[in-house]
Design a protein around this ligand. Structure first.
Ligand SMILES: Nc1ncnc2c1ncn2[C@@H]1O[C@H](COP(=O)(O)OP(=O)(O)OP(=O)(O)O)[C@@H](O)[C@H]1O
Length: 249
């Protein structure tokens, strides 16, 4: 359970962004407590990736404020980056490098010294059950294998907040199950997870709170315990209802 005494892992106040005349994210005010697994839902183009890009400091807001892991995204972007992990929808890896080489590269880039980097890489490979991929070049990997290496890269430095953008997209059922187990273990270790997803079954199983975005506006935000008894079907009804209201607004 999140501790109400500790500051939230993610806080936004009227955070917004526009691309030219198009408002991709209307002023968003949101709080995600430490230790939560937050599921961010919404139709294609709702603004979920845009929100993650803002919170991971890859995109500058045009309005409002936000802090992640206690650091302001505008004034302390480097501190934000060192406190977070990010798994984008399309993982970018060096195809000609092996898994181990990719991970060592990112570990050193994150500031770890060689010895610590080796230890972190070995621990992370073991944690994710991908030791057997260590010496293989990632250019030959399937989507699911790449995704595991991308996840390893995202959690190598033990971030306090992990952002996942559509982490189950393109995964087979075993891949989805593996990811779910990893999310459970990361949550048990105290990590906060902010996950964009379309999969309501994953939300019902893994998330402790949800937000629904429609046309760049937050139209619903609550904890899963407040939705006690909601199975996948009931969540779908809720989602369709609030998303329609958002579209009509
Ligand atoms: N670089 C950009 N330039 C202009 N418009 C953009 C840009 N990136 C995103 N948009 C627009 O901003 C809106 C939000 O896009 P975003 O990718 O955040 O949606 P999403 O909810 O993540 O969608 P999906 O579920 O399809 O990934 C969309 O209308 C999109 O076309």
């Amino acid at each position: 359970m999140p501790d109400p005494q500790t500051p939230p892992a993610v806080v936004t106040r009227d955070l917004s962004v526009r691309y030219g005349d198009h408002i991709a994210l209307h002023p968003l005010t949101l709080s995600v407590a430490q230790g939560e697994v937050f599921g961010f839902l919404g139709h294609n183009g709702a603004g979920k990736t845009t929100t993650i890009r803002l919170l991971t400091t890859l995109l500058k807001p045009t309005g409002g404020a936000a802090s992640v892991a206690g650091h302001d995204i505008r004034s302390a972007p480097l501190k934000v980056r060192s406190a977070i992990g990010y798994l984008p929808e399309n993982v970018r890896l060096y195809d000609r490098f092996t898994t181990y080489e990719n991970l060592m590269f990112f570990a050193r880039l994150s500031g770890l010294r060689a010895k610590a980097a080796k230890e972190h890489v070995a621990e992370t490979l073991h944690f994710l059950g991908i030791d057997h991929l260590a010496d293989r070049r990632v250019g030959t990997f399937s989507k699911g294998m790449r995704q595991r290496v991308g996840l390893a890269q995202a959690i190598l430095h033990a971030p306090s907040v992990l952002f996942l953008d559509e982490p189950t997209s393109g995964l087979d059922p075993m891949g989805v199950r593996h990811l779910r187990e990893v999310i459970d273990r990361l949550r048990d270790n105290g990590m906060t997870i902010f996950m964009n997803t379309h999969l309501l079954s994953e939300v019902a199983r893994s998330c402790t709170s949800i937000g629904v975005l429609a046309q760049g506006r937050l139209v619903f935000h609550d904890s899963i315990s407040a939705l006690d008894g909601y199975d996948e079907r009931a969540l779908e009804e809720l989602y369709v209802g609030v998303a329609r209201q958002g579209e009509a607004a």
